[in-house]
Design a binder for this molecule. Structure first.
Ligand SMILES: *Cc1c(COP(=O)(O)O)cnc(C)c1O
Length: 429
């Protein structure tokens, strides 16, 4: 009866997991109105009223500011574009160093290269997967300008410690909040704890507009610079009366009225989605924390937005490898409908530590090898041992803490985990 599916037993669940579609009638109506009106974007890349975009873009930004307690919000066409605009606004350039995370979407580590600056990788702690603050301090020197904090998996980093280090050394702090909308640190929402916060609205995130990003800040100067970088700065600054030229080479990072109209509706759903994830995450933690080989998250002083839920597996105590354990859990379940090719969405590790990617290993971004790199900064295997151990041996994550999964779905998935935990001896050969 309890024989594990991986050993030929019966699966816990033979029904596929429900597919995900958060677009409803409200979004469809909002888009239809914009379509009928015909003005799909109102931005103009010159100093005039339309420099700030159309009605929907401005309304979306205003509502985002209210929701996130921010003075300014600048919409952009992705979180990636937002990080580029934010770093530009901070005024970085050749020779400057930016402290980045090795365990994130690659852009939050590679964006400094856009301004010919140098990324420096900081290891993470295994408590909340934010920066290891001792390692962080050891990386700072006279060239350091910015720290890019990533609230990875939706868990806020230790912002008090990081902000106090930043203050002492006069550094900007950018928060990559792509995975952490409405997550809180000491009851304050992430995104305005540092100088600039950046959110993502791509299809996979809590709420989405297809593609998109939102930058929040309480700093007037940084807001203006990001608006300029978003929209052809070089053609605007003369008429606008801006005289500082640093990083005033602009891009087109604008969103359309259609995306903004969808975003206004999606934003109304965000809080419920986060609350649902927090409830489901507790169900998993309550069921799994009793196993001595499983470590759930320590969320003291903070609330995660649970973009994905992570756990750690102790191979020594369990007597089997993490990878064997995860394969056995996956064998008990079925994939998500219409995304069958991705298999059951439970994953060993997260992403390969970013410094191991070819651009760092070969030290080449532009046409000249080593340009933007420094002899003093290496990217060898071993520079962030915690992240390497998490990735190869301990951490696993799943995308099964979200809507539209129902409580019954969650119970099935929990049963798949506990069945394998209770019968772990079957996996020891
Ligand atoms: C998704 C994500 C990004 C990139 O967001 P885009 O909007 O796709 O550019 C950056 N950082 C993290 C941590 C992410 O999860």
């Amino acid at each position: 009866m309890n024989k594990l599916a991986i050993n030929g037993g019966t699966k816990v669940r033979t029904k596929k997991l429900p597919k995900y579609n958060s677009m409803g009638e409200k979004e469809i109506d909002a888009v239809t109105k914009v379509m009928k009106n015909g003005v799909l974007s109102k931005f103009i890349g010159a100093w005039c009223d339309d420099f700030y975009g159309g009605e929907k873009v401005q309304e979306f930004e205003k509502k985002w500011s209210q929701k996130f307690d921010a003075k300014h919000t600048i919409s952009v066409n992705s979180n990636s574009s937002g990080i580029v605009a934010a770093l530009g606004a901070c005024g970085i350039g050749l020779g400057d160093e930016v402290i980045v995370s090795p365990y994130s979407m690659s852009i939050s580590a590679t964006a400094p290269f856009v301004y010919n600056a140098t990324p420096v990788f900081c290891d993470l702690n295994t408590d909340n997967y934010g920066f290891d603050t001792e390692h962080l301090k050891s990386l700072i020197n006279g060239n350091t300008r910015v720290i890019i904090v990533v609230h990875i998996f939706g868990i806020p980093s230790d912002m008090d410690e990081i902000l106090s280090i930043a203050k002492e050394h006069n550094l900007y702090v950018i928060e990559d909040c792509a995975q952490a909308p409405l997550a809180t640190y000491k009851d304050k929402k992430v995104g305005t704890l540092g100088d600039i916060g950046i959110f993502s609205l791509n299809y996979h995130k809590h709420i989405h507009t297809g593609e998109g990003g939102m930058c929040t800040t309480n700093n007037d100067t940084l807001a203006t610079k990001m608006q300029l970088i978003r929209n052809h700065a070089e053609s605007v600054i003369e008429d606008k009366g801006e005289t500082a030229l640093t990083n005033m080479l602009g891009f087109n990072l604008r969103i359309t009225e259609l995306q903004a109209a969808i975003g206004i509706e999606q934003l109304k759903k965000l809080e419920d989605e986060v609350l649902l994830r927090q409830k489901y995450a507790k169900m998993y933690d309550n069921a799994l924390e009793k196993y001595p080989f499983i470590k759930t998250n320590n969320l003291q002083n903070r609330q995660s937005a649970h973009y994905i839920q992570v756990f750690e597996f102790d191979e020594q105590i369990a007597g089997i490898s993490r990878d064997t354990f995860i394969e056995a859990v996956k064998a008990e379940l079925e994939p998500v409908e219409d995304r069958e090719n991705e298999g059951v969405p439970i994953y060993q590790g997260y992403v390969k530590p970013i410094y191991l990617l070819p651009i760092f290993q070969q030290r080449q971004v532009y046409n000249k090898k080593n340009f933007c790199f420094k002899d003093t900064i290496t990217y060898e295997e071993g520079i962030c041992p915690n992240v390497e151990k998490l990735h190869h041996h301990t951490l696993w994550e799943h995308d099964l803490t979200r809507g539209p999964l129902t409580e019954d779905d969650i119970k099935d998935i929990i049963f798949a985990y506990t069945k394998v935990c209770d019968n772990i001896n079957e996996l020891k050969k």
